[in-house]
Design a protein around this ligand. Structure first.
Ligand SMILES: Cc1cc2nc3c(=O)[nH]c(=O)nc-3n(C[C@H](O)[C@H](O)[C@H](O)COP(=O)(O)OP(=O)(O)OC[C@H]3O[C@@H](n4cnc5c(N)ncnc54)[C@H](O)[C@@H]3O)c2cc1C
Ligand SMILES: Cc1cc2nc3c(=O)[nH]c(=O)nc-3n(C[C@H](O)[C@H](O)[C@H](O)COP(=O)(O)O)c2cc1C
Length: 455
């Protein structure tokens, strides 16, 4: 065979491999959707009377997973149930429901998670007169390390009371997955003494070996950011989707696992992260980021649990154009999506990335520029805040490009935001509301076309 025939065979095999990959992704997603629909229908069937509503307000999936468990416990004791995200619920649904179980996490500074922000704005902030026909229970998820512990679950409970709804049982508050509180909730839902349940849907913790650590922002005025690469230490099978996160378990602080956005895809055969080294005011290193970026020696292992982040996966947006917005280590979650899109041959991707100075802080520059050349990135906008007199952030780039943002969204684009909650995510949210309008942003959230992995 001559050179050009070999090239043609090679190109043919690449196309075949690509078609096989697309087909398998399509069928897997279709299977998951069908399984979820079948599971919901099974839970709503059987038993007598109206199904109880099981409503969840979730950011990273804990509340959603507990909602599924709650629906199963109810079903097992003969109560059919209907599972819904709070954002899909309106006042009439509550008025006519009969009974409802609310499972709500808290985010930001005591705010509703994204999966309930519309509900908080439209229903809790609206004019619901009378919910006296509703019986309800609230499970509030939170973490006492935050100043406003379980604030959204509490606000929801108080609002339901104020509207006349009847509490079936006292609100249960779960501090960072507290097993005793979760068992109390299970006992309430299943009507029996319950075994302790766990809050997280994550896979079992597994040891991962550090194989590479690279400083990405040498000379930066900000904290050092490293790219880390881990391989399974036991040769175990590891599966995740772009957008998922991994929790590291610390011997020194087993109560509070730290979460990191996975920056790679399964095909990379490595779990990669972008981690900023934290330093406490006393000069000591952050517990998890210090281990990852400094103390852990190449070849040593750390324990990670992969967590499906349903709210940030590509999911139903896999075939849509994407606007990906982030700053700093937020590039991690966006990078996994871009690698997945590149593997799928999906080219309608617009990255808006911000950091401080282009010279030191243009993270993963070579990969991003290669995506630009290869057409994986249809558009790239960069905002280096300190490269000009007036600070310029990603939200300013969006406002400047407002006509294109509107056009992409009109063409069906989904918006993904990853990175810091304070400053970036709130600024981006305000800019998008200004560009697209509050109503349109509500519709994007409700149809899962506005997804965030923010911290
Ligand atoms: C969904 C999600 C995704 C994330 N993804 C990423 C990512 O991709 N990359 C990334 O770098 N980070 C990410 N994070 C943040 C990450 O989980 C950690 O919060 C971060 O690395 C800091 O953890 P640490 O253990 O190093 O710091 P900690 O030791 O917990 O310190 C954090 C802060 O707490 C305070 N503090 C703690 N102890 C002390 C002390 N003794 N004295 C004074 N102050 C103290 C300080 O303000 C300090 O800056 C993500 C978070 C979430 C929730
Ligand atoms: C960025 C961030 C902010 C949070 N803010 C709060 C808070 O203000 N109050 C609180 O009680 N818990 C807070 N939490 C803890 C979450 O509510 C808790 O982890 C919950 O289990 C998440 O559930 P979910 O995965 O369903 O969203 C916060 C967690 C994160 C990551």
């Amino acid at each position: 065979m001559n050179d050009s025939s070999l090239r043609a065979v090679g190109a043919g095999m690449t196309v075949l491999a690509y078609v096989a990959l697309c087909t398998s992704v399509y069928w897997r997603q279709r299977r998951i959707r069908l399984e979820n629909a079948r599971a919901s229908a099974a839970l709503a069937g059987g038993g007598a009377g109206k199904p109880a509503l099981v409503l969840f307000a979730s950011q990273t999936g804990n509340a959603e997973t507990l909602a599924w468990k709650t629906a199963r416990w109810l079903h097992e004791r003969g109560t059919p149930s209907r599972l819904m995200p709070l954002n899909d619920v309106d006042a009439d649904t509550l008025r006519t429901a009969g009974s409802a179980y609310f499972i709500a996490s808290t985010y930001g500074e005591g705010d509703a998670p994204d999966g309930a922000s519309l509900f908080a704005e439209r229903v809790m902030g609206g004019a619901v007169a009378d919910l006296s026909s509703l019986r309800y229970a609230v499970l509030a998820l939170g973490d006492r390390q935050y100043a406003n512990f379980c604030a959204f679950g509490r606000a929801l409970d108080e609002w339901l009371q104020a509207k006349g709804a009847k509490r079936q049982s006292a609100r249960i508050e779960v501090d960072n997955g507290d097993a005793a509180q979760l068992a109390a909730w299970q006992a309430h839902c299943s009507g029996s003494d319950a075994e302790a349940v766990t809050e997280s849907p994550a896979s079992a913790p597994q040891p991962w070996r550090l194989v590479r650590r690279t400083l990405l922002n040498e000379g930066s005025v900000g904290g050092p950011i490293f790219e880390l690469a881990f391989t399974p230490a036991l040769g175990h099978e590891a599966q995740w989707e772009s957008g998922d996160t991994a929790q590291i378990t610390l011997d020194s602080d087993p109560g509070r696992p730290r979460e990191y956005s996975i920056a790679s895809i399964g095909a990379d055969r490595e779990m990669q992260f972008l981690v900023r080294q934290e330093r406490h005011p006393d000069g000591s290193l952050g517990a998890a980021s210090g281990l990852l970026t400094s103390t852990l020696v190449i070849g040593e292992t750390a324990t990670f649990r992969i967590r499906p982040h349903h709210g940030f996966r590509l999911g139903s947006n896999a075939d849509r154009p994407l606007i990906l917005i982030g700053n700093g280590t937020g590039l991690a979650g966006l990078r996994s999506h871009l690698r997945a899109r590149a593997a799928m041959g999906q080219r309608e991707n617009w990255l808006v990335f911000g950091e401080r100075n282009e010279r030191c802080d243009f993270l993963c520059r070579a990969e991003i520029e290669a995506w630009q050349r290869e057409g994986v990135l249809g558009r790239l906008d960069l905002a280096f805040s300190r490269d000009q007199e007036e600070a310029r952030y990603v939200q300013h780039r969006l406002l400047q490009a407002h006509e294109d943002v509107s056009q992409w969204v009109a063409r069906g684009a989904a918006i993904y935001v990853c990175g810091s909650l304070n400053g970036m995510a709130s600024g981006v949210d305000a800019a998008l509301r200004q560009i697209l309008g509050v109503e349109a942003m509500g519709e994007l959230s409700a149809s899962d076309r506005y997804r965030r992995d923010v911290y």
